[in-house]
Design a binder for this molecule. Structure first.
Ligand code: ATP
Ligand code: MG
Length: 477
């Protein structure tokens, strides 16, 4: 990639970027939210065109006009967000992808090929299971298989590990390394996580605000803190807590059960951050659905300020008094193709102000980089989450229900979100903060409970006993 720029109106997503990758190596592209990483990969994969600059592949000019062009030349992208069809089986998803390349095979053939390819990469997959029944780790591996089906010599991975646990991420990185080192392919992968750069990549390049801030260099040459500094451009400040006082219990959950969880008991006081720690998949999603009215409890009560959540329609209650930061922000928090200003009004019709000034002010106040009239799905991940926070938390809600609020965000956006959540407590708001990141909760929570296998096991107060919480998370009590 030589001197490539891409502008969207006034936004310079890429500004004179030159990057070179070689065969047999994994090149990590590190950068905070909005740095231009996805844009770079979309251009390489033929999904988008550069405003200026040139691309070369094996020293030949390379100008893909479509993803099909790119795939035909041996360049395949695994996108940041899952592109699989959830209601179809793994094998049918492969067929679909093949048909886009005008390759036609039978279902049985697709199933066999999938199993064989998986075997070659060192894992197993059931080709006849529906994608919606697969875990996120399995889905990510299926995405990889689908990409490898065309046998690319350049493999592009846009944040392949964002939704994975550390263990899943490590095993994916091992596979990816093999594809580069053993098969002499060129692999480029995007991440925010320094540990993955160290573990998975041979060289690393850092992007910030559309520019290369430090050219590709072997991973060992720069320390983690140097890389972090280059990525964010400024020191990230630890969150600061000011003047919060614990009040009466506001959110009270009594003997709550629902499919997969319970019985659960908890309470969150005004001004308090209650952290719910736990490895993902231990009932956090079910808890989220029940507390936000997306699923019905089988038994038990949820009270807010002494009143039944059930007396009001939960969604109505949430819309009026509570902020909800969903764990699956793409599917639950925003409507991608809709404009940012319209997204800011979702569920907020009671404050139907004139659309434009309201949205522009709000986006400014919450540091969302982007314009009110652009589609929400044009925002980078960190900016999309700031937009959600702006809609949900502006105007001091009484209750915040935050589920994995900083997952997948870069250090800058993470620090912003953490501070915003802490600031809520100064006005007596109760904050329920569910996170798979124990370090985060150790720092932020006033009290912690651990979710394991659908139940709450143990309650912890500061000074937190990290080892004890870790054991509870692992199901040892
Ligand atoms: N179609 C578009 N229209 C307008 N602006 C866009 C469009 N696509 C990207 N941008 C802007 O370009 C910038 C770079 O976005 P990009 O998605 O490449 O960032 P990123 O580094 O992948 O971020 P993240 O880590 O959050 O995924 C952002 O400011 C984004 O809002
Ligand atoms: Mg991106």
């Amino acid at each position: 990639m030589a001197g490539v720029s891409r502008h969207f109106g006034l936004v310079r997503a890429l500004d004179d970027v030159s990057i070179e990758s070689t065969y047999g190596e994994v090149l990590a592209i590190l950068g905070e939210n909005g740095a231009g990483k996805t844009t770079l990969m979309r251009i390489l994969a033929g999904l988008d065109q550069a405003s200026s600059g040139r691309l070369f592949k094996r020293n030949e000019p390379y100008s893909p006009r479509s993803p099909r062009d790119a795939v035909a030349t041996g360049v395949t992208l695994v996108q940041q967000h899952f592109a699989l069809v959830p209601t179809m089986t793994a094998a049918d998803n492969l067929l679909l992808f093949r048909s886009q390349r005008e390759v036609r095979t039978s279902r049985e053939q697709a199933a066999t090929d999938l199993e064989e390819l998986a075997g070659r990469l060192g894992f197993q997959i059931d080709p006849n299971r529906r994608v919606e029944d697969l875990s996120v780790g399995e889905r990510q591996r299926l995405e990889l298989l689908r990409a490898m089906d065309s046998d690319p010599d350049v493999l592009l991975l846009d944040e392949p590990t964002a939704v994975l646990t550390d263990t899943e991420a490590d095993s994916l990185l091992e596979i990816v390394k093999g594809l580069a080192h053993d098969d002499n392919r060129s692999v480029l992968f995007i991440t925010h996580r320094l540990r993955e750069v160290v573990k998975g990549a041979d060289r690393v390049v850092v992007l910030r605000n559309g520019k290369v801030v430090s050219p590709a260099a072997p991973v060992g040459e720069r320390s983690a803190s140097q890389l972090a500094g280059e990525m964010v451009g400024e020191a990230v400040h630890d969150a600061v807590r000011t003047g919060h006082q614990l009040g009466e219990p506001r959110l009270v959950v009594e003997n709550l059960t629902a499919p997969g969880i319970g019985p659960l008991n908890l309470s969150v006081r005004g001004g308090e951050v209650l952290g719910v720690a736990g490895v993902g998949g231990n009932g956090q999603a079910e808890l989220e659905f029940v507390l936000t009215g997306q699923a019905r409890p089988s038994t038990g009560k949820v009270l807010f300020d002494g009143e039944g959540f059930a007396d009001l329609h939960p969604r109505e209650r949430i819309a009026r008094e509570a902020a909800y930061i969903p764990s699956d922000r793409d599917r639950t928090a925003l409507i991608g193709p809709m404009r940012c200003d319209e997204n800011l009004l979702l569920g907020r019709t009671t404050r139907m102000a004139r659309r434009h000034p309201y949205a522009a002010d709000l986006m400014d106040k919450w540091s969302v980089r982007g314009l009110p009239e652009i589609a929400a799905n044009a925002l980078s991940g960190g900016n999309a989450q700031r937009l959600v926070a702006a809609r949900e938390m502006d105007g001091t809600p009484a209750l915040v229900l935050a589920f994995q609020p900083t997952r997948g965000l870069d250090p800058g956006a993470t620090a912003f979100l953490r501070q915003a959540l802490l600031d809520m407590t100064t006005s007596g708001c109760a904050v329920l903060w569910v996170s798979a990141d124990l370090d985060e909760l150790l720092e932020m929570a006033d009290r912690m409970v651990v979710m394991f296998s659908g139940k709450l096991v143990g309650e912890f107060s500061p000074p937190f006993d990290r080892a004890a919480i870790g054991l509870a998370m692992a199901g040892v009590s």
